[in-house]
Ligand binder design. Structure first.
Ligand code: IMP
Length: 195
């Protein structure tokens, strides 16, 4: 059993889908009443992910997994990066963040970008970090209704659809979070098979 230190229903759903086939049981902040929000105030993704995983490990005693994700746009010097959730300000909607990104990118030819996820896993045996990256471009306009966040304007390399047009299965297969989780799973499986 592991604890998913996230209150974001979209992420929990994605992580559930990825962990289910491995028969890893999960609990998350969704199963708790009035779960605290851990403030993401660290200077980088690893710092935020570790802060959340440590907090929930202390609270629950269960091995705890947390992720933090940023969208890095080359022509914006890596912004919004660690500030992706509050790019357009505090307590804004996904749509407002996307709106701001499209506005900043008007007329830009170089639209290359990447999603980066850092997963932190904290257990009584130690702390582990796993990183996953997905390269792509920022489209000129929104496309698709699936997913969340910046999905409608992120088109992964080698695809002609945005993440919001792909099935969740396909997104998970190639996404930043899917890749970080693959590394986590290989590590966990290896460590259990070597015990
Ligand atoms: P956080 O990891 O929840 O802090 O995510 C930071 C920001 O990136 C939020 O605004 C999310 O909407 C966005 N984000 C995180 N993961 C994804 C994703 O898989 N697709 C699109 N946007 C994402």
């Amino acid at each position: 059993m592991i604890f998913l230190a996230s209150g974001n229903p979209h992420k929990i759903e994605e992580l559930h889908q990825l962990l289910e086939p491995l028969q890893i049981q999960v609990r998350s902040t969704r199963d708790l009443e009035d779960a605290a929000e851990v403030e993401e105030d660290q200077p980088d993704l690893a710092g935020n992910a570790l802060k959340k995983a440590r907090y929930w490990f202390d609270q629950t005693g269960l091995p705890s997994l947390a992720d933090d994700t940023g969208l890095e746009v080359d022509v914006l010097n890596g912004a919004p990066g660690v500030y992706s959730a509050r790019y357009a300000g505090e307590n804004v909607t996904y749509a407002e963040n996307v709106e701001k990104l499209l506005r900043e990118m008007v007329g830009e030819i170089d639209r290359s970008a990447r999603f980066r996820t850092v997963i932190a896993f904290v257990t009584d045996e130690g702390e582990y970090l796993f990183e996953g990256v997905c390269e792509g471009i920022i489209t000129n306009e929104r496309k698709g209704e699936k997913g969340f966040g910046y999905d409608p304007v992120f088109q992964p390399d080698d695809y002609s659809e945005t993440f919001a047009e792909l099935s969740s299965k396909e997104k998970n297969r190639i996404s930043h979070r899917g890749r970080a989780l693959d590394k986590f799973v290989s590590r966990i499986i290896n460590s259990t098979t070597h015990q």
